[in-house]
Design a protein around this ligand. Structure first.
Ligand code: GLY
Ligand code: MN
Ligand code: MN
Length: 436
């Protein structure tokens, strides 16, 4: 668990970067309807969670650096005996103060009366405009209200600054505690993939493998996947974000599983591709080895001091050379790379930042240049080759093969740490586990 001290440190660090006489405002994630009056499982907004850990919807947090009467104010739902009997417990303002470090807390229904007073006289507002349209409107109304009282001496903030800029840079660098949670998310997800490999057999449905994976997540306390689990048998592996997971697995085909759990708000993101019947065929093996080699080369290139694009470039080189060698591409490797010929088979990037969100926040470029990798960053490495089932330019035996191999890599002071290494990825190790 992230401790109250760590939440407090994050707020302190953010406030230290905010300008004098400013205010930051963040809103909790809204609840979302799944069907009429039932909701999707609630998940707090990552920015909001990062700064206070308050788990409820209908909440607003306000940071006021150097305000003598208190720097952290939380608006939240009041306790309500009848609502709590129906819908579950609420912290209430008192619980927000006692359990979440708020210097002061008020019912969310009072925000109209209180927040304008906190905005008045502040020069600058840090806020992520555009993410919560109805709150954007409320905020602008409050500012308007202050402006309308200018003749009484009221001074409205005159500058809006995107909060994401400061906050997402903080989130990009993981603390020791965050890294330990991500290590755990990685380990649970790795065990889940092993379970799926052992359970797979021809005739099974994709959703049954999904159930094996998600059972393993939940059993270990990771109650939700970090994103919609992808289980694609045969041709379906060529659909990058395939989430239908409804088809039956065929004997001589591969199955691609891209699934990771969320553990205490931190994501894992693993892909493995393996034969449904436990034995790779010749063409499957050949393409698999290319992807595996590309992934190895990319993980090598994940190193403090290298720039963000180097792992990707490593994958492009290995994949292009491999496709030429196997005859799926024809020509000079350098020329094919320059032309982007590989994008018929490899159409995504080699990875992304990973953290509280699966495609985590943080800039990939700084001042127009790919940013340098630094300790504390965590990223995925996930090259793939996908031969469209209708690709008439290649021999029939390659068509409909989709392969991706994905691991999560942390950059540390000592080098790198693969957080998801506990699930096999060589052909021999996969076949061995599946036979056991
Ligand atoms: N699971 C989404 C991704 O790998 O980026
Ligand atoms: Mn990924
Ligand atoms: Mn993935």
């Amino acid at each position: 668990m992230i401790t109250p001290q760590e939440f407090a440190r994050r707020r302190r660090d953010l406030m230290a970067m905010m300008s004098a006489n400013s205010i930051a405002i963040l809103t909790a994630a809204p609840e979302r309807v799944r069907s009429r009056d039932t909701y999707f499982p609630y998940r707090q907004d990552s920015d909001f969670q990062y700064l206070c850990g308050f788990p409820e919807p209908e909440a607003v947090m306000v940071l006021l650096p150097k305000r003598p009467q208190g720097e952290f104010i939380l608006f939240c739902r009041e306790r309500d005996r009848s609502r709590e009997i129906w819908d579950g417990y609420r912290a209430g303002p008192e619980g927000a103060r006692e359990g979440y470090g708020a210097d002061d807390a008020f019912p969310i229904t009072d925000i109209d009366d209180i927040l304008p007073g906190l905005l008045e006289g502040r020069d600058r507002v840090y806020y992520a405009l555009g993410r919560n349209r109805s709150f954007d409107g409320q905020l602008l109304d409050w500012i308007e209200g202050i402006r309308a009282r200018a003749r009484t001496g009221a001074v409205a903030p005159d500058e809006f600054v995107d909060l994401d800029h400061l906050l997402h840079e903080m989130r990009l660098f993981k603390s020791a505690k965050e890294l330990s949670l991500m290590r755990k998310a990685g380990a649970i997800s790795a065990r889940a993939h092993c379970r799926a490999m052992q359970a797979a057999h021809p005739g099974m449905y994709e959703y049954q493998l999904q159930a094996e994976i998600e059972h393993a997540f939940a059993t270990e306390g990771a109650r939700h996947p970090a994103y919609g689990s992808i289980v694609g048998g045969g041709d379906n592996a060529c659909v990058l974000h395939y989430v239908e997971n409804g088809a039956q697995l065929q004997d001589d085909k591969l199955v691609l599983i891209d699934a990771g759990c969320e553990y205490q708000h931190y994501a894992a993101d693993i892909t493995r591709t393996f034969p449904v019947n436990g034995r790779f065929s010749g063409p499957q093996k050949a393409l698999y080895e290319v992807v595996l080699e590309a992934q190895r080369a990319a993980i090598e290139a994940v190193r403090a001091g290298n720039h963000w694009d180097e792992p990707h470039k490593a994958t492009v080189r290995v994949i292009t050379a491999g496709l030429v060698e196997l005859g799926l591409l024809k020509g000079e490797v350098e020329e094919l790379i320059a032309k982007g010929a590989y994008t018929d088979f490899y159409m995504h990037r080699a990875g992304h930042w990973l953290g509280m969100d699966v495609h985590d926040v943080g800039d990939y470029k700084v001042d127009g240049q790919w940013r340098l990798l630094e300790p504390g960053m965590v990223m995925t490495v996930e090259p793939g080759i996908y031969v469209a089932p209708d690709n008439r330019k290649v021999a029939n035996k390659w068509r409909g093969i989709g392969i991706r191999i994905e691991d999560d890599v942390a950059i540390t002071r000592k080098g790198t740490e693969v957080l998801t290494g506990d699930v096999p990825k060589t052909i021999a190790d996969i076949e061995h586990l599946m036979a056991s």
